[in-house]
Design a protein around this ligand. Structure first.
Ligand SMILES: Nc1ncnc2c1ncn2[C@@H]1O[C@H](COP(=O)(O)OP(=O)(O)OP(=O)(O)O)[C@@H](O)[C@H]1O
Ligand SMILES: [Mg+2]
Length: 227
């Protein structure tokens, strides 16, 4: 089996709704191996969120391709892409996107329940464990509107990790967190990378987090530059 979890080739995104064309991603070639942790840095508006959305198949490319676990995302229909995401991908959005009508615990259980692989009781117990790890054991029955910004962010992180996916894409995961909590999240990421070979692509402005990753890329003028 291939050691490559994510591969994108000639990935290009041009926004051309307005009067001018904006080339945000310009023919990006990029690969992530099993268990590898990658940081992506870049100034505001450089295209980091656009890139993560493309990698997750949440938005379509102008040209080029993205493969997750050797599956070409464009060759799948929306339903199949959803299944691939559920099985292989965890995603932490820049603005968390929790389901507002569900509690923290229910939000974290959701990826496991969608997989239909385990009983509800096991999903709850795994979700409780990971919520504990991110320091939220006291808040698991609260809905997102009753949580602080950083707490919501931690629920979103727990949700992305609970299913031990092949690859986790994170957009500014620790931007709202204090040093100690951020450190706990970093530790959890390192453990998962080591124990279950989860790969991470993390967009961050946090130099401490970036320095802990295996490779750091800067997104500049549509190109990913290492170092
Ligand atoms: N749907 C859209 N239509 C047109 N332009 C867009 C669209 N979405 C994003 N852009 C533009 O593409 C560029 C990249 O946006 P993106 O959100 O990827 O930046 P970013 O690097 O994530 O920034 P930040 O650090 O502020 O989150 C920006 O100039 C933005 O205005
Ligand atoms: Mg962004």
């Amino acid at each position: 089996m291939s050691n490559v979890v994510l591969s994108c080739n000639g990935l290009t995104k041009v926004y051309d709704e307005g009067p001018e064309h904006l080339t945000v991603l310009d023919s990006i070639d990029f690969q992530v191996s099993k268990g590898e942790r990658i940081a992506i840095v870049g100034s505001s508006g450089s295209g980091k969120t656009t890139l993560l959305n493309m990698l997750a198949g949440l938005d379509s490319a102008s040209s080029g391709s993205v493969s997750i676990c050797s599956q070409d995302m464009a060759a799948l229909n929306e339903n199949e892409r959803g299944q691939l995401r559920n099985r292989h991908l965890g995603f932490v959005y820049q603005f968390h996107h929790l389901l507002p009508e569900f509690t923290a615990l229910e939000n974290v259980c959701m990826p496991l329940l969608l997989r239909r692989e385990c009983a509800v009781s096991e999903a709850r117990s795994r979700a409780e464990d990971i919520l504990k790890t991110v320091g939220l054991e006291q808040r698991i029955h609260h809905k997102p509107s009753e949580l602080s910004g950083g707490e919501r962010q931690r629920v979103a992180i727990a949700r992305s990790l609970v299913g031990q996916p092949s690859l986790v894409l994170m957009d500014e995961p620790t931007g709202n967190l204090d040093l100690h909590t951020g450190e706990r999240i970093h530790q959890l990421m390192l453990e998962l990378a080591e124990q279950v070979d989860t790969s991470f692509v993390v967009v961050t402005h946090d130099p401490v987090l970036a320095a802990k990753m295996d490779r750091v890329f800067q997104l500049r003028e549509g190109q990913l530059v290492e170092g």
